[in-house]
Design a binder for this molecule. Structure first.
Ligand SMILES: Cc1ncc(COP(=O)(O)O)c(C=O)c1O
Length: 456
């Protein structure tokens, strides 16, 4: 498989040019990063330019779109956060309403605030111990109640690997002629699992993938994929052109929006890692990875630990530590002592994230840890807290307004000015514009959130 970006940078390197351009390391083997500096180039003839690409970067995008079956794809060196800003900016028309799952990343909340988008929340449900899944029927109901909604925005998988029924939600969105935008930051691998569960395959209009979260790519590497049905709507003759350098109309609009939010100095190392990731993908064994994770789940179940039910992303081991007498955090502490660093732990759950690059001996270490874990007396069960705060202002009305930072205990009756989520994954406890009541204060305290920005 040819690697146009790598080839372009190699060619430049071999010319041994005097680098009178950025970055300041001049490609020298200085400092910690040694040889990597030679590949950390900028926009010079031959290396393309991300927001106006027609060379090696564009070829990498076309390769991504072919791999994912998308109408087109955009590279992001700013993670899924940048792709989310882009998706929302494409949907927004100087403000407006959109239907959004309450399980949402702060980058989306902030983008909505900036773009003047007023979200109508759909709360995931159906699970007692986790946030649950976004129900297609709830999306339908929200769309009926808000026929002016510009789009539906769903996070799936969530941080705990819970996957919503994207195919059914996409069908609802098609019926109401609104685009379905999916935060698939945690699901770049879903395309390559035994059953292709990638949102683009299942009918999403657009989605972001954090390649760096589940695939072999550098932190910050991500892609924005555009679905064929979505893209075709923007074509003057109603037919999607074959993938080409210039890109379809929607692609060009997405590029423009991405350039509004993105750095004008996107990292070439990150973009090179996307090209490298594409080259590695065909040889990665996702089936074997899934089998090995299922084996760990069997061990956890045999030990008496609960794991989430229903459709999941297949790349994480998520266990309820309280069943064996630990909090999730205490279990994580024990893992650390055994040389295992989990992705995240909270009061209940511990999350371990794998990839096809995880080695057999590493799975064995986790298996051994689980098998030798001393059992304690189960801790009292935790139901997933559900508080539906009262909305007093729209999100854009409360976003970045004059505010003050107060101890949570002094916030009763005040209106939140910023989003607060238990770090990092949870459903935000409170959004800008929502009223703080006693129930919410307890939940904030329980989530370890002690200070809050409220409107003045
Ligand atoms: C659900 C979700 N969406 C989006 C993001 C942002 O992704 P990135 O870090 O690639 O910008 C995250 C980050 O953790 C996330 O958990």
């Amino acid at each position: 498989m040819d690697r146009p970006l790598l080839q372009a940078i190699e060619a430049y390197r071999h010319r041994q040019t005097v680098r009178c351009h950025m970055p300041g390391h001049k490609g020298k083997e200085s400092g910690l990063f040694g040889k990597l500096c030679a590949y950390d180039v900028t926009e010079i003839p031959g290396t393309d330019s991300l927001y106006d690409c027609g060379g090696p970067l564009r070829l990498t995008e076309l390769r991504l779109s072919a791999l994912y079956g998308a109408a087109d794809s955009l590279l992001s060196a700013g993670g899924s956060s940048l792709c989310i800003q882009t998706m929302l900016a494409m949907a927004a028309k100087r403000g407006g309403t959109l239907i959004a799952s309450r399980s949402i990343h702060v980058s989306a909340v902030n983008a909505m605030g900036l773009l003047g988008l007023d979200p109508v929340w759909v709360y995931p449900r159906g699970e007692k111990h986790l946030a649950g899944r976004v129900q297609p029927g709830d999306v339908e109901q929200a769309l009926r109640a808000h026929p002016d909604a510009l789009a539906v925005y769903i996070t799936s998988p969530d941080y705990y690997g819970i996957v919503s029924d994207i195919a059914a939600i996409a069908a609802v969105c098609r019926k109401h002629s609104v685009p379905l935008l999916v935060d698939n930051a945690h699901g770049a691998h879903l395309k390559f699992m035994e059953r292709d569960m990638h949102p683009i395959t299942l009918g999403a209009s657009a989605c972001c993938d954090s390649l760096h979260k589940t695939l072999p790519a550098l932190t910050g590497a991500a892609a924005l994929h555009l679905g064929k049905d979505y893209a075709v709507r923007y074509e003057p003759d109603g037919r999607l052109p074959a993938p080409r350098i210039q890109g379809c109309v929607l692609y060009r609009r997405a590029k423009e929006m991405m350039s509004v939010f993105g750095s004008t100095s996107p990292s070439y190392l990150i973009m090179l890692s996307i090209e490298d990731c594409c080259a590695q993908l065909p040889s990665l064994d996702f089936r074997l990875m899934a089998e090995r994770i299922r084996r760990l789940e069997d061990i956890a179940l045999a030990q008496g630990m609960r794991i989430p039910e229903g459709e999941r992303d297949g790349i994480k081991l998520v266990v309820d530590a309280t069943d064996l007498g630990y909090t999730g955090k205490a279990l994580a502490q024990r893992m650390r002592a055994d040389g295992i660093e989990p992705e995240y732990a909270d009061a209940v759950w511990a999350i371990l994230l794998f990839s096809p690059l995880t080695e057999p001996a590493e799975y064995d270490a986790v298996a051994q840890f689980l098998e030798s874990l001393p059992h304690g007396r189960p801790l009292p069960g935790h139901l997933f807290p559900s508080v539906l705060p009262e909305k007093c202002r729209t999100l854009p009305q409360a976003f970045l307004q004059e505010s003050e930072l107060l101890p949570v205990s002094e916030c009763e009756g005040r209106i939140a000015a910023a989003v607060k989520s238990p770090c990092p994954p949870g459903i935000p406890v409170v959004m800008p514009g929502e009223k703080i009541d006693r129930k919410l204060i307890k939940l904030l305290n329980d989530s370890g959130i002690l200070l809050l920005k409220v409107l003045k």
